[in-house]
Design a protein around this ligand. Structure first.
Ligand code: ADP
Ligand code: MG
Length: 611
């Protein structure tokens, strides 16, 4: 009895996208199915390390391709791990990866790049680009029952129990009428050699009576000498191991020798994965021991801020039968991580010398990479030196901290920054006025992580890193006319009284030029921007930093107000104007004001008076 099951809604949508947008590169289906077969062999080989009986009588792991010209069918078979009923339903009927469904829902049906599609593991579905029907016969290692899965790739699939003597999976494609070239052995040989040569298991072409012919070299690419590997092979391997379609932005192949020996083949993609900032996104470097795949879930292999790095580490110094739990506290794994991270950072340093090239990396991964300044204590300074920042000096081009230091003014002791939501808005923040006037550069930081690393890294190459609100007033000593001392005092006391529920303190500052007042927080307290971020994530409600209202004693409005403050009859008006000024300071900080309607009415009233 066969059972009919519908595809999950997203699968349906995805199928449409895959079939349409990959149209020009249909042949990639073969690479995808071979890649899956290879993954299945990896999984069985790993399992049989601890359960040798599970693959008893299974023979050498391999992938067999059988074209049949008469029926116009193509079979891709492997004797790997196989699938049971749950696997078939969960892996081939639904989209398991988190976030994918949302992403697909937002994706336009046209104009979607193949690179994006590559991130979803739609690999298997690509079979429907060339096949009108796909039939899978599969038996999972360690289980007796086998299954037949059939689908036309339109709305669902049928599934039924069958008998199958061997473990593994056979995928039979009933090719479309105009896809006859995939039964042509010459074309198949060419495709396999071009796109799947790096596969670690023999790929056999079944020629019927003429027997099986081995097509690929079946040697682990990473164990070869660099000189023997072409860029094309590196790229194909990258696409296989990362499940991506793009070109790698960086390829790093190395052998570490010494107290521990290991080989690394690492890649940085040239596109950003859609789930880079999803909380459950973990590093996915694969760990091999002597060319045997062990796991791609060894979180300790790569720090989280480098979670975008793809590829593998192969070490012969780890025991083959190592369990995931053992890997977690393994001192060798920690050493491998250290060594690998420092190689990556060194390579990034080299690449950073070409600004335009490095910018591509930075735009994709900079925000994640910067987490390292906070997270990776021992490499903190190196990571900071590889980071790029917007500044007040040149809003289009990013700068490094080292370049910033080179440009520092003689009297300037610290590196200054300001945080907010948007570079353009930040650049106009009143807090920056005096800095601009004095020609002191300020970093404009807009990523949430900036709030954290600036707390963790208080010094860079001997220079303190300070929020603009912590700058010393001496930097900005001024000579213009100023409000009279006593009146100013009276005015600030009055402001403190009117705003006692909204601001903790009213102070005089030398740092403002164009604005009469500005809002900031007490030294060492959470910045207004961070507070807003937390509020947006419902993180914090009870605590708010104490607001400080800074007053510019040189501003004509403040001079006028401090004169008027002595005149009891004009008192109401003074209070009214102070209220407007506080609201303006809040607006400049991106903060809500308490009574927008009152504010708007007052502004209109004063505008009218100016005519
Ligand atoms: P991905 O390879 O990125 O996971 P695919 O769409 O290519 O995505 O495959 C989906 C899943 O189906 C695989 O992760 C695997 O669990 C399962 N699968 C596909 N082909 C095979 C196979 N030949 N043997 C065992 N499992 C397979
Ligand atoms: Mg796949």
């Amino acid at each position: 009895m066969s059972e009919k099951i519908n595809f999950q809604a997203e699968v349906n949508k995805m199928l449409g996208i895959v079939i349409n947008s990959l149209y020009s590169e249909k042949y990639i289906f073969l690479r995808e199915l071979i890649s899956n077969a290879s993954d299945a062999c990896d999984k069985l080989r790993y399992l049989s390390l601890t359960k040798p009986d599970i693959a008893k009588g299974n023979g050498e792991l391999k992938i067999v391709i059988t074209p049949n010209e008469k029926d116009n069918t193509l079979i891709i078979a492997d004797n790997g791990i196989g699938m049971n009923k749950d696997d078939l339903i969960n892996h081939l009927g639904t989209i398991a990866k988190s976030g994918t469904a949302d992403f697909v829902a937002n994706m336009k049906d046209n104009g979607t790049s193949t690179e994006l599609i590559g991130q979803f593991g739609v690999g298997f579905y690509s079979a429907f680009m060339v096949a009108e029907k796909v039939e899978i016969l599969t038996r999972k290692a360690g289980e007796d029952i086998a299954w037949r899965w059939v689908s036309d790739g339109i709305d669902g699939f049928e599934i039924e129990e069958i008998k199958k003597p061997t473990i593994g999976t056979e995928i039979k494609l009933y090719l479309k009428e105009d896809e006859k070239n995939y039964v042509d052995t010459i074309y198949l040989r060419h495709l396999i050699r071009t796109y799947s040569d790096h596969i670690n298991y023999p790929i056999m072409l079944n020629l019927g009576d003429a027997g099986e012919e081995k097509i690929n070299s079946a040697s682990a690419l990473w164990s070869k000498n660099k000189a023997e590997i072409t860029q094309e092979q590196y790229k194909d391997f990258y696409q296989h191991i990362s499940h991506n379609f793009d070109e790698p932005w960086m390829t790093l192949h190395f052998k570490a020798e010494g107290s521990i020996e290991y080989t690394g083949l690492l890649y940085i993609p040239s596109t950003q994965p859609y789930d880079l900032f999803q909380p459950d996104r973990k590093q996915s470097l694969k760990l091999y021991v002597n060319k045997v795949f062990i796991s791609d879930k060894v979180e300790e292999l790569m720090p989280n801020y480098l979670r975008f790095v793809k590829g593998l580490i192969d070490s012969s110094d780890l025991p083959l039968n190592i369990s995931r739990e053992m890997l977690q506290q393994n001192a060798l794994v920690a050493k491998i991580r250290q060594g690998t991270v420092s190689r990556l950072l060194k390579e990034l340093k080299k690449r950073s010398e070409d600004y335009d090239d490095y910018l591509k990396f930075w735009e994709n991964f900079g925000t994640a990479f910067k987490e390292g300044i906070y997270e990776d204590f021992s490499n903190r300074e190196d990571i900071a030196s590889l980071s790029l920042f917007h500044t007040t000096l040149n809003e289009d081009k990013l700068t490094t901290l080292d370049k910033y230091i080179e440009r520092m003014k003689e009297e300037q002791k610290a590196i200054y920054y300001i945080t907010g939501d948007d570079v353009k808005v930040l650049a106009n923040n009143p807090q920056l006025e005096a800095f601009k006037q004095k020609g002191i550069e300020v970093l404009l930081l807009t990523d949430p992580i900036d709030e954290f690393w600036t707390q963790a890294l208080s010094n860079y190459k001997g220079k303190a890193i300070k929020h603009v609100s912590q700058a010393e007033d001496v930097l900005f000593e001024r000579t213009e006319t100023k409000a009279e001392e006593g009146s100013l005092q009276k005015l600030t006391e009055l402001m403190a009284e009117i705003f006692k529920d909204e601001v903790g303190k009213v102070v005089i500052t030398e740092k403002l030029t164009n604005s009469p007042v500005s809002l900031t927080v007490e030294n060492g307290q959470m910045s207004i921007h961070l507070e807003r971020l937390m509020r947006n994530h419902q993180q914090q409600t009870a605590f708010a930093s104490t607001r400080i209202l800074e007053v510019n004693p040189y501003h004509p409005l403040i001079i006028k107000l401090s004169e008027a403050v002595h005149d009891e009859t004009g008192r109401i008006k003074v209070e009214e104007i102070c209220r407007i000024l506080l609201d303006q300071a809040k607006i400049a900080e991106g903060e809500p004001i308490s009574d927008p309607a009152y504010y708007a009415a007052k502004i209109s009233e004063y505008i009218l008076k100016s005519f």
